[in-house]
Design a protein around this ligand. Structure first.
Ligand code: GLA
Length: 431
C-alpha cells in the first residue's frame, strides 16, 4: 500500500524541486545554541545562559570582535525553545516575548549590522522536540514567509513528532516554500536522522537537490565517546555518505563541542581534524564569552579551516584501520594537495606509527607537508620513504600534503640539507 503512494511522489518531487542557488559552495561555519545551552529558559535564575536575545547578541559581538568572522564563522543559529507556546492571531510563529522582547526581525538586524547571518529552528511535525509549536504541512508556507520577512538566512528544520509520510511531503515542500519567498536561505534538513540515515530509506540524491545540508545521525553530546561514535558511524557508512556531499550539499555530523567540558586538548584537535576531513559544517556550540586559549587556537586554526573549506568540496574518507588502533583519514584537495589525519584510538601512551605515503596510496614523487597543529614543515618526503610520527592517545597528527614545488626546489633542498642530515635515505623520522 505505502509503496504505491511513495514511488510516484518521489518521481514528482525530484523533477519539480532543485536547489541550485549558489548557497553553501563550502560547508557552513558559525555557531548554534543547542549543544551548549540546550533548552535553558530560566532567565530568572540563569540570565547569562538562558535562550534569549541577549545570548545571540553577545555571541554575535564575540564572533564579530574576536576574529571569528574573518575566518569564516558567520552564522548565528537559534535552536529550539525560542518560540512562544502560541502562534499569533494570524497563525504565525512568534518568539517568547519575555525572552525576545525585541523580536526576531530586530535581532536579525543586529546580527546583519555586524556582517553576520541569522539562522533559526523549526520542526516538521506537530511540536518541536522540546514541545514548542511545530510546523505541520498546512503551516509550511506561512512559516517560510515569516522567516523570510524577519530576514532569516538559515533554517534548521527538525523532524520530531511527524511520521515518514509527512516527512516525505514536508521536507520538499519547505524547500519549495523557502525558494518561493525569494530570500536566499540555507536549508538544513534533519530528515535522514528520523529514517535511519542510510539508503534505501534515505535518498541522498533527492536530499542534495532540496537541502543544503542534512543531519544524518544522532545528536552530539559533550563527550569524546559521542564524538568517536559519530566518526565511527560516518566512516562505517562512508560508501553511502561520502558521494552524497559536494558544493551546496553537505552531510552534517553535528556541532563542534570544542571549548566545553567533555574533550581534552588532544580530543578537541581530533574533532577539528576529523570535521575538516569530513567536509562537515564548522558550527560551534560553546560559550564564546568564556573560551580558553587552547580551544580558541584549535577552532581558529587557519590550515584546518582551509582544509574544511576546500573549494573542490570532496568529502574525505577513512583509509585504514590498523590492528594497533591507529586510523588514517584522507581528503583530496585542490591544487593537487591533500589532507591526512592519523588518529589514535589507543588509551595508553603516545604511539610511534611507521608508514610511508606510498602505503597510503600516494603516487611516486616527492611531497611536502605542514603539520596542521604544530605548524612545523615536513620537507622532501619521498612517497616510498618510511617516516615515523608520534600520535597521542585519542589525539591526531594532521598533515596538509602537497607535491614538492619546482619553484621551491632549491629552497627545499637547502632546507633538507640542514634538517635531515641525520635521516637515512629510506627512513626519515619526522617526529
Ligand atoms: C533534536 C536535534 C537537536 C536539537 C534538538 C532541539 O534533538 O537533533 O540538534 O535541535 O532537537 O530540541
Amino acid at each position: 500500500q505505502i509503496k504505491t503512494v511513495i514511488i510516484p511522489l518521489l518521481a514528482l518531487i525530484s523533477v519539480t524541486v532543485a536547489l541550485d542557488d549558489g548557497l553553501l559552495k563550502t560547508p557552513p561555519m558559525g555557531w548554534m545554541a543547542w549543544e551548549r545551552f540546550r533548552c535553558d529558559i530560566d532567565c530568572k535564575d540563569d540570565r547569562e545562559n538562558c535562550i534569549s536575545e541577549d545570548l545571540f547578541k553577545d555571541t554575535a559581538d564575540r564572533l564579530a570582535e574576536d576574529g571569528w568572522k574573518e575566518l569564516g564563522y558567520e552564522y548565528v543559529i537559534i535552536d529550539d525553545c525560542w518560540m512562544s507556546l502560541l502562534r499569533d492571531e494570524h497563525g504565525r510563529l512568534q518568539p517568547e516575548p519575555s525572552r525576545f522582547p525585541g523580536g526576531i526581525a530586530k535581532l536579525a538586524r543586529y546580527i546583519h549590522d555586524r556582517g553576520l547571518k541569522l539562522g533559526i529552528y523549526a520542526d516538521m511535525g506537530t511540536h518541536t522536540c522540546m514541545g514548542f509549536p511545530g510546523t505541520t504541512l498546512d503551516k509550511i508556507e506561512i512559516d517560510a514567509q515569516t522567516f523570510a520577512s524577519w530576514g532569516v538566512d538559515y533554517l534548521k528544520f527538525d523532524g520530531c513528532y511527524s511520521n515518514p509520510i509527512e516527512q516525505m511531503l514536508g521536507y520538499p515542500l519547505m524547500s519549495k516554500a523557502l525558494n518561493a519567498t525569494g530570500r536566499p536561505m540555507v536549508y538544513s534538513c534533519s530528515w535522514p536522522v528520523y529514517v535511519g540515515g542510510l539508503p534505501p530509506n534515505v535518498n541522498y540524491s533527492l536530499l542534495g537537490d532540496i537541502c543544503h545540508l542534512w543531519r544524518n545521525y544522532y545528536d552530539i553530546q559533550d563527550s569524546w565517546d559521542s564524538v568517536q561514535g559519530i566518526v565511527e558511524w560516518f566512516s562505517n557508512n562512508q560508501d553511502d555518505l561520502q558521494p552524497a556531499a559536494g558544493p551546496g550539499r553537505w552531510n552534517d555530523p553535528d556541532m563542534l563541542i570544542i571549548g566545553n567540558f567533555g574533550l581534552s586538548v588532544d580530543q578537541a584537535r581530533s574533532q577539528m581534524a576529523l570535521w575538516a576531513i569530513m567536509a562537515a559544517p564548522l558550527i560551534m556550540s560553546n560559550d564564546l564569552r568564556n573560551l580558553d586559549n587552547s580551544a580558541r587556537a584549535i577552532l581558529q586554526n587557519k590550515v584546518a579551516i582551509a582544509i574544511n573549506q576546500d573549494p573542490m568540496g570532496i568529502q574525505g574518507r577513512r583509509l585504514l584501520q590498523e590492528k594497533n588502533r591507529i586510523e588514517v583519514y584522507w581528503r583530496p584537495l585542490s591544487n593537487s594537495a591533500s589532507a591526512l589525519v592519523f588518529l589514535s584510538r589507543r588509551t595508553d601512551m603516545p604511539y610511534l606509527y611507521h608508514t610511508s605515503l606510498a602505503k597510503l596510496k600516494y603516487q611516486a614523487g616527492t611531497y611536502e607537508a605542514n603539520d596542521v597543529f604544530t605548524g612545523s614543515a615536513v620537507r622532501g618526503l619521498n612517497a616510498t620513504s618510511e617516516f615515523t610520527i608520534s600520535i597521542n592517545p585519542s589525539g591526531v597528527v594532521m598533515w596538509y600534503v602537497y607535491p614538492e614545488q619546482q619553484s621551491k626546489l632549491t629552497e627545499s633542498l637547502h632546507h633538507r640539507h640542514k634538517t635531515f642530515h641525520k635521516a637515512k635515505p629510506e627512513h626519515s623520522t619526522v617526529l
